[in-house]
Design a binder for this molecule. Structure first.
Ligand SMILES: *Cc1c(COP(=O)(O)O)cnc(C)c1O
Length: 266
């Protein structure tokens, strides 16, 4: 195996104080800014979405005290629990960034500001219905499987354009852009190809502007690859471990048959 995500991710120390969180956030932000400038882009066009999955609420509070105002969570139950227990904090928004079963759309509709993993019309219908009941709207990114790995969720790139043409009827969904997870690989050309596929898809869809939609956003790039993602056009990078520290749970917990699972440890 050349893909060793766990070996790469074990390098991040755990932030335990507000000062450590402030230092990590400003270091990641400085790297984002530098990557944007190097790509000829404006740093303010790239948003940092800190990902707090698996992190206990006491430490999430420290990250908020250090300036985080938007947090990403992969699993909806964990996100809902944290949003309820941290409801005393004003101006804290939640983004659900992981695969969602249709029967759990009601939770996302209740509390989330953003959803980064739309991958079916049935799910769009459920979200629309539940958002109607809550009288809320939701910023949504269409998830695309750009790596061709079976372990990754998301639409095939070839199906995504037709999919977006069906979205204008869902008026509770603000179709903000596209999201992807790149292949886990030490080979940067393979990682980059995933980001390029998403950018080119975005460009085609925005040129067509189906039903007046302009889904300009590109949610792509994580702790290990966000600089390449920014070079390829990322407008939101989802960064967990570089801010919070290495996770105890392997990524196979989030991508069940993916890296760190049976295949990687075989
Ligand atoms: C965990 C996660 C991230 C962040 O990964 P890190 O390696 O912690 O930066 C980004 N996107 C999704 C969908 C995730 O589940």
């Amino acid at each position: 195996m050349t893909d060793q995500p766990d070996a790469i991710s074990s390098a991040y120390p755990t932030a335990e104080t507000t000062e450590q969180f402030a230092a990590n956030i400003s270091e990641v932000r400085a790297r984002i800014d530098a990557a944007a400038r190097a790509a000829g882009r404006a740093p303010e066009d790239v948003r940092l979405l800190p990902v707090s999955k698996t992190v206990p609420e006491e430490r999430v509070r420290l990250a908020v005290a250090a300036g985080a105002t938007l947090l990403g969570e992969n699993k909806v139950q964990e996100a809902l629990r944290k949003s309820e227990n941290l409801a005393d904090i004003d101006e804290l928004d939640w983004a659900v960034i992981g695969h969602l079963q249709t029967n759990k759309a009601k939770y996302v509709a209740r509390f989330a500001a953003e959803f980064h993993a739309l991958d079916s019309i049935r799910l769009a219908e459920s979200l629309q219905r539940r958002l109607d009941l809550e009288d809320r709207t939701l910023d949504v990114y269409v998830q695309v499987n750009t790596s061709g790995e079976e372990s990754k969720f998301g639409l095939e790139p070839a199906d995504a354009e037709e999919f977006v043409r069906r979205l204008p009827t869902f008026d509770r969904l603000n179709i903000a852009g596209f999201m992807t997870l790149a292949v886990f690989s030490a080979e940067e050309t393979r990682v980059r190809r995933c980001f390029t596929v998403l950018r080119e898809l975005r460009d085609r869809v925005c040129a067509e502007a189906p039903g007046g939609l302009h889904p300009e956003g590109l949610s792509m790039g994580m702790s290990g690859d966000f600089e390449a993602a920014i070079d390829e056009g990322a407008t939101t990078v989802r960064v967990g471990q570089a801010i919070f520290g290495s996770r105890a749970l392997p990524d196979s917990y989030y991508w069940p048959t993916g890296p760190g699972g049976a295949e990687a440890s075989a």
